[in-house]
Design a protein around this ligand. Sequence first.
Ligand code: ADP
Length: 454
Amino acid sequence: MIRKILIANRGEIALRIQRACREMGIASVAVHSTADADSMHVRLADESVCIGPPPARDSYLNIPAILSAAAITGADAIHPGYGFLSENASFAEMVELHGFVFIGPSPAHIRMMGDKIAAKEAMLKLGVPLVPGSDGALPSLASAVEVADRIGYPVLIKAAAGGGGRGMKVALVPDELAEAWQVARTESKAAFGNDAVYMEKYLDRPRHIEMQILADSYGNVVHFGERDCSLQRRHQKILEEAGSPVLSAAQRDALGETVTSALKGLGYRNAGTLEFLYQDGQFSFIEMNTRLQVEHPITEMVSNIDLVREQIRIASGEPLGYDQSAVTFSGHAIECRINAEDPETFIPTPGLVTIYHPPGGLGVRVDSALYAGYRVPPYYDSLIAKLIVHAPDRAQAIARLRRAIDEFAIIGVKTTLPLHRQILDDPSFQAGDYTIHWLEKFVAGLQADRPDAA
Ligand code: ADP
């Protein structure tokens, strides 16, 4: 029985998890840095504990402080949210070692999927198709040259420990390989303390399509359909849709079958997402995320499920209690990630929010911890709100989202809201005709069109 959950996170996701707890009659404990003392996730929690100074490594990544906070408040379980410690296998292990329930998969599965080479090997064995590439890590530049010659250029060097698009370098032609190899390794070593890299064929026009799953402790695995997250800048998602504008129901069923049977084979538990690149009718696995994702709300809207509630139920030892046939989809959902960033330069814009007026009306959801008078701190990720709409079909979802953006007032700090409005006005976006490379070109086009452009 879980009666009290410590939420090891901040901002909108801490609030999101808190809301599920409250509806389930579970008490929640917020943790916060000194910079977040006035945060909404702290104000609305049943209890809160300050776990350290502003830098994340001293607070939200401070494992002893978080475990102590759980112990002194008498929490039964810890929910890690996304980011911070959510994919840290040692943290999950320590949580369990100290007698708390970790709301997520087993530490062994977190560790396996955190190593993208191990993840790809495991998925290959389970019959999941991969992007063509190296067989495991590349031991030397010579081996990189050999693999690139075999699979053909362009190629991508990727960090085994990668995340957030770091440690990833393209070589379009043989001449660029030595530098890509060196830069990817250096970046990976600096970001992750690990310079193991591998190679994939660089796909020129794929879509990023991912599948959400839930698995209980009794071997039941169910998928909740796909999300199309192709709109990215620097490999970071900006806007997501459920379902994908290009996937048929039959393709969704087939991919869902591949994914659920693989995860059954793995003995996976709790929530997870398998990410694929989709090009020429072919799905290729790139990685698995062993946690709740930023873009989970669009799945919730089209499948009418509370994913956090399900995560908590699973962690409590409950069976899912339904099978795939009970999961149905209705309508279309789109999420915009609203960042406190200049919409043209993408430079973060921390500061005081003087006016905050979120949009409302039918089919509009805003996941955010903002309020008027809140000061966006400079220490953390710049995501400040997620605007999610749900409508009977994609055209109506786009119309609703344009209307909601026009209603949304966040004054005091610059945000990426205007960029989203421009994306929604674009005919290619409206036609659903885009790949993972589309947004970079779109942004470059906007920059070239500006009157001050050289
Ligand atoms: P990270 O864990 O750093 O986010 P991923 O493996 O999930 O890295 O890839 C992030 C993004 O990078 C993908 O969504 C896609 O846009 C791009 N990408 C990854 N692999 C390839 C590839 N082989 N070809 C083209 N683009 C890729």
